[in-house]
Every structure is written in structure tokens, then in C-alpha cells.
Design a protein around this ligand. Sequence first.
Ligand code: SIN
Ligand code: CO
Length: 393
Amino acid sequence: MLPKPETLLGGLSAREFLRDFWQQKPLLVRQAWPGFQPLLDPETLAGLALEPEVESRLIRETADGWQLQHGPIAETTFQQLPESHWTLLVQDMDKLLPELQTVLDAFRFLPDWRLDDLMVSYAATGGSVGAHVDQYDVFLLQASGTRRWDIDRRPGAPLPERDDVPLRQLRQFEASDSWVLKPGDMLYLPPGVPHLGVALDPCMTFSIGFRAPTDEELLAELLQTLLESGDQPTFFTDPGRAPCKHPAVLDNGSLRRARELIRLRLARLDDRHLDRIFARTVTQGKPGFEDRAPDSSLSMDQLRQQLTAGCELSAHPALRVALLDDLPAGWCFIEGEEYRLDTERHAMLRTLTARRTVNGEDLLPWIDQPDCMTLLLELINQGHWELVGDEHE
Ligand code: SIN
Ligand code: CO
């Protein structure tokens, strides 16, 4: 059962948490998720780490120093692990075991596009990844066992990293705060706070990780969009130029005109263009999860029949979708692809994306609108949504 937002955030409302803590300062919440059940055991996690397409890491602290091994991890490696001082971490568990998506549902006071993944770690006693800093916001939910978290919340904490270990670890770390977390306890960390988590007994930690695009990613997308726009390029021109003084030197007139050429092209991008570039960037599919077309495709008749029969529609666990309103119409961005939507299709997509799973019944208002049904059928046949309780197969 999902905890109430006030329980999850230690008595704060989502609004208060976002105002006072999000991106600003750590928050420890005792019993954020009372009675939390991890929904998976360490064997399942290890089984996933055997798979080559799964992003996993095994980190060991030995007498010879730190060791990092990227997945796939061999079964024999697991059999030879010592009693203590190792951690297995697996990314994207929300996509690999979709039942874990319910954990993410508790964090839906933040927008979907901001969410990255659920990483699950299992550590033997003493296991740790060392003191480090992350660039992203993270909620560290203790799923089972006990872990001590040390953090350094002091402004100006030293951030230089070691260059003698295969991991990103801080050269120096001193804790300003230290807590022992038991199952259901949670620690929120904004980006840039040095932290160290050490398993006090065999334990599992769920990291609900967020993401934020960089200016470089946005600019790369902008350039890609410009190149694909089909617009005629504007050439540099220099009528009335003066004879050059030195043939190899870039003269001031040329430099000024080149700057103008770049600035004029950027000035032609209005706010909506930039908004769409942002939307395309943040909905780019997560590498490794692009392949999702179903084995068989659905016909329009089958779709209508299923919707009327009360089936459910479930978003693919790796789906990245965002809506951009231009009321009453808008755009929908799916895996970086842009769909211009008229009023009806926009209204349908708002309903479809309000939750991870929606009732077919909720889409009945559009069942007689051919454009809406064509789009819905396309999205299902591309594997972005799936009919649950689908009997056509
Ligand atoms: C862990 O789960 O052991 C590490 C999580 C983190 O510090 O980011
Ligand atoms: Co971390």
C-alpha cells in the first residue's frame, strides 16, 4: 500500500517538501513507508545481474583495495563472494520488474520526465560503494536490513575525487550527520551532498533517482532539430567587403557577419520551438529499452472491442512521454517523437497519460473518433501502451 504523501515526507506536504528541501537540503524520514515490502529477494536481483542487457555493478572492498565489476556477472563470481564487504547494484529495476513501478507511484508529486529509475542494491555486511557525490536528486529508501548513512551537509565540503580507485569516490570525507536506517526509513539527498552508506547487516536499498537535462543535451537536440527541419540554410554573405590586409587573418567584418548569422538563426526560434526541443530531449528513450514492439498487432475492430469490454491500458514500463499544452490542442512527445494533437486527441492523451494504467472505459468518449482511435492503435502497435486483459492473442 502506498503511504500518504505526508507520511512519505515526514509530516510535510508535497508542496512544503518541494519548497523547503527539493534540490536544497537533505531530509531524513523515519518510517516514510511503514511496513515496506521489497517485492524481490537478493536471488532475483543476482539473477538479473547475470543478464548482459541489464546494467549492473558488483563492488567489493578487499585487502587489495576497491574492485568494480560491470555486469553481466558470472554465476561463479556470486558463488565465490565472501561473507562481507560487497554490494550488487542494478539499475532500471522499475523497467525490469514492472511490479516495482508501484514504488515510483509514491513519488508522482514530481513530474514523470524528472524520474530516471529505481536502482536496487543488495549489500553484505560492511558493503558500501564508498563516499561519493551524485549529480542527481535521490530518495534512498531502506527496503530490508540496516544501513548507516553518513552525509556531509556542510557548505563547501571538499569534492575532489580519488584517482587511485575504479569508482567515483571522494578523497576526503567527514560526516556532519549520521543515521542508521531500518526498513521503511528514507533519506532524501539533493545533488552534490557527499554521502556514504555502509550495510550494518545484509541489506537492500532502493534508490529512486531523478534526472535533469544539461544545457549540452538541449543544445545537441536543438542542432539535430535544425538539421532535420528541412529549412533552407542561409549562407554567409559579404557584399562590399574591403580588400584584406593579410590573407590568413579573419577580419573583423567577417567575424561580425558570422556572429550575426548564428544569432539570427537562433533568434528565429521562438519560445515554443525551445519548449519542443526541451520536450524532445527529456522524452528520448532510455538506451537499452527501445525495443518494445508487440509480437502481434491489433486491428481497429479488436481495439474498439477491447475498450468496450472494459480492459485496461498500461504504459510500457520504460515509456517516456510528455505533453505540451497549447490549449485546447497541444503536442505529445513519445520517446523523442513529436505528435501534433488536435483538441480531441489532446484530450484523449491527457486521459491516457494521467496514470500508468487507465481503464479502457475512460477512453470510450473517443471511441467513435477515427483520428483518436488511429493514434491509439498506432501507440499500442508500437508497444508504447499495452492492453491488459487483452484476449486477441
Ligand atoms: C547503495 O545503494 O549502496 C548506493 C546508493 C548511493 O549512494 O547512491
Ligand atoms: Co550516491
